[in-house]
Write a protein that binds this ligand. Structure first.
Ligand code: NAD
Ligand code: IPM
Ligand code: MN
Length: 361
């Protein structure tokens, strides 16, 4: 059961670093650079080369024994992104990223949407205090489970089926986690979002579980919005939301929308969490083949992600320091071109590393 204070970690940490493909390989090393400068505790980083190159070279996606190794020998995984135009099927990304989410049972996908500098939002007359919410995306089931198939593939009579799998246990634990998070952080408003008016079986289950679980949290003002309405409301007035909980696919979409309201994909962090067990931290963005190799990818999303990882490890001061460094970079315009700056990825990393080294306790 969700237990917010229960984190993995202790006096030391072992981190698996999985940069992956494209800009994942550019932003992740910057994060490690900043972590090394900020954290004055035993922290070991072990590099993993899983991704498109390895897949194309050796046919290996998630190597045998990988899940057990990560579960037993590491506290957390710092992940970049997966996706490569040479692998149009995206097979390796499905095996590695979705594979780890499912096999490590990382049922909480936490995606904070926080405006860290007023100038970054495309919304008119909105400021930092209007945009501070967190999306909890169910991360182990729904339309992502890969249950389905083709019939008469490639013919005019083709049928394609993709099943939306929702379990009582899966729905309950993510809704409960969202409520626990609200309670723990003293957040007063929670919104569950589904499409129960059209998805009359799967999301009927969400409705019933939500109505049951909310009884246990009378101090939290909880309500329901259909996902289409939520998309509209979050743009119209984001200040009405503290905690949003939704299914896997809707959480994917709404978190990109939220990311753009707070400055774009280059800034958005996330954590794939199983409380108390090895968890995976990744920026919300993908491998961005359109800018990969140019050295212009924004590393701030990855650095904020690393901050979430430190928080998960229980290292609160260092987590706060990383966030402070990002705020400072935004204030001083030490940023990449996507945010209107002139710096390259590595120069932003250097600036942040310098900042945290100077400000570390
Ligand atoms: P994307 O997030 O890679 O890129 C979308 C747009 O945002 C692009 O214009 C890109 O240049 C820009 N962008 C993203 N991150 C940026 C950053 N850090 N700095 C500056 N600009 C940034 O999404 P996409 O183009 O739809 O997908 C590309 C590939 O990545 C696909 O193979 C997709 O499946 C994969 N993907 C992987 C993950 C992941 O591994 N977690 C997440 C999303 C997409
Ligand atoms: C994300 C990505 C993944 C997802 C893709 C790459 C499968 O978009 O992490 O947001 O949909 O979960
Ligand atoms: Mn996504």
């Amino acid at each position: 059961m969700a237990n917010i204070p229960l984190r993995k970690g202790g006096p030391a940490a072992r981190i698996a670093v999985l940069p992956g493909d494209g800009i994942g390989r550019e932003v992740t090393p910057e994060s490690v650079k900043v972590l090394r400068a900020a954290v004055n505790r035993p922290m070991e980083f072990v590099d993993l080369d899983w991704g498109a190159d390895k897949f194309l070279r050796e046919g290996v996606t998630l190597p045998p024994g990988a899940v057990e190794m990560l579960r037993d020998e590491f506290d957390a995984i710092l992940f970049g992104a997966l996706g490569d135009p040479r692998v149009p099927s995206n097979q390796h990304a499905a095996d590695i990223l979705l594979g780890l989410r499912f096999k490590l049972d990382l049922y909480v996908n936490a995606r904070p949407v926080e405006l860290l500098h007023d100038r970054l939002t495309p919304l008119r007359n909105r400021s930092e205090r209007d945009l501070r919410l967190i999306v909890f995306r169910e991360n182990t089931e729904g339309l992502y489970v890969g249950v389905g198939g083709f019939f008469k593939k490639g013919t005019p009579d083709e049928v394609a089926v993709q099943e939306d799998m929702n379990t009582r246990k899966g729905v309950e634990r993510i809704i409960r986690y969202a409520f626990e998070h609200a309670r723990w952080h003293n957040l007063k408003r929670l919104c569950m979002s589904d499409k129960s008016n059209a998805m009359t079986f799967a999301h009927d289950l969400w409705q019933r579980v939500f109505k049951e679980v909310r009884q246990e949290y009378p101090e939290i003002e909880s309500r329901h919005l259909y996902i289409d309405t939520l998309a509209m409301e979050i743009v119209r007035d984001p200040s009405q939301f503290d905690v949003i909980v939704t299914c896997n696919l809707f959480g994917d979409i709404i978190s990109d929308l939220g990311a753009q309201l707070a400055g774009g994909l280059g800034l958005a962090p996330s954590g794939n969490i199983h409380p108390g067990a090895t968890s995976l931290f990744e920026p919300v963005h993908g491998s961005a083949p359109n800018i990969a190799g140019k050295g212009v990818a924004n590393p701030l999303g990855s650095v904020l992600t690393s901050g979430m990882m430190l928080d998960f490890l229980g290292w609160k001061d260092e987590a706060a320091l990383l966030k402070d460094s990002v705020r400072a970079a935004l204030r001083e315009n030490k940023v990449t071109p996507d945010l209107g700056g002139a710096l390259k990825t590595a120069a932003v990393g250097d600036w942040l590393a310098d900042y945290v080294a100077k400000n570390a306790k």
